[in-house]
Design a protein around this ligand. Structure first.
Ligand SMILES: C[S@@+](CC[C@H](N)C(=O)[O-])C[C@H]1O[C@@H](n2cnc3c(N)ncnc32)[C@H](O)[C@@H]1O
Length: 235
């Protein structure tokens, strides 16, 4: 197996498979955030959040360009991408804190379970998974009570520029009538994106969208203990 070196970037966008427990910890989700709420997960990737949260009475729509692919192909991709991501984390284990997962083997096990659950839900409830990509989403204004965005923006700041980030955040805010929560605010090598965060906060403020930085108890990349929260537009 090829193990990336310390200087390797994580090539292409990884299709990762986080679980409800991970989303719960990352976004400090409460029961009130979930029950009966319309939630957008963008990007959904191969996460089992939509499937698991639906069982808790949340109405989740996941969106990601990969959902344009046939479901059988996507199920297989969820598994191979989980192995790729786990191998990457294991090869770069010193970049991470292991309090949440324990060790790389358990990380892989958690993610493979999520990928399997995602694959089953994709077959059973294809309507939950909408093929689309930022910065243009096929939803009406204020379609959701809460939007969650994990591991795309900031994570891939090496290939998505500041204009893309701003357009994507404005789009998430447009379709969401409550909060939009984003994590992490570091890139995939763990490098903090403070200048980008500051630029985006100012730009959003100028457009009437207040933002706050909110602590999260989840930490995988060292020091990544903050989420960006967009609040409803004041205009
Ligand atoms: C690292 S995964 C994160 C998935 C999920 N949020 C999680 O935390 O497990 C990144 C995802 O972003 C998706 N993606 C890439 N470009 C995108 C875009 N312009 N809009 C929405 N999703 C995109 C990729 O297809 C990939 O599934």
């Amino acid at each position: 197996m090829k193990h990336p070196t310390e200087t390797d970037a994580l090539g292409e966008f990884l299709i990762s498979a986080r679980s409800l427990a991970e989303y719960h910890a990352i976004f400090e989700l409460s029961e009130a955030d979930l029950r009966g709420r319309r939630i957008l997960d963008c990007p959904g990737g191969a996460a089992s959040f939509a499937a698991e949260a639906a069982a808790l009475d949340a109405d989740v729509t996941a969106t990601d360009p990969i959902y344009a692919r046939p479901a059988a192909e996507l199920r297989e991709l969820a598994r191979t991408e989980t192995e790729r991501g786990s191998a990457y984390a294991g090869a770069h284990h010193t970049r991470y804190r292991w309090d949440f997962y324990g060790d790389p083997d358990n990380l892989q096990s958690v993610r493979l379970s999520a990928a399997t659950r995602f694959g089953a839900d994709l077959m059973a409830h294809p309507d939950r998974y909408v093929a689309a990509q930022l910065p243009a989403l096929p939803f009406q204004d204020n379609s959701f009570d809460l939007a969650l965005s994990s591991h795309l923006l900031f994570t891939y700041a090496d290939r998505l520029d500041a204009d893309f980030h701003l357009a994507a955040l404005l789009e998430l805010a447009r379709v969401t009538h409550g909060e939009t929560r984003l994590y992490p605010l570091v890139d995939h090598t763990g490098h903090p994106q403070d200048d980008l965060v500051t630029y985006l906060q100012k730009s959003l403020h100028d457009k009437g969208i207040p933002t706050t930085l909110r602590p999260t108890g989840y930490e995988f990349h060292h020091g990544a203990t903050t989420m960006l929260v967009l609040h409803p537009n004041q205009n």
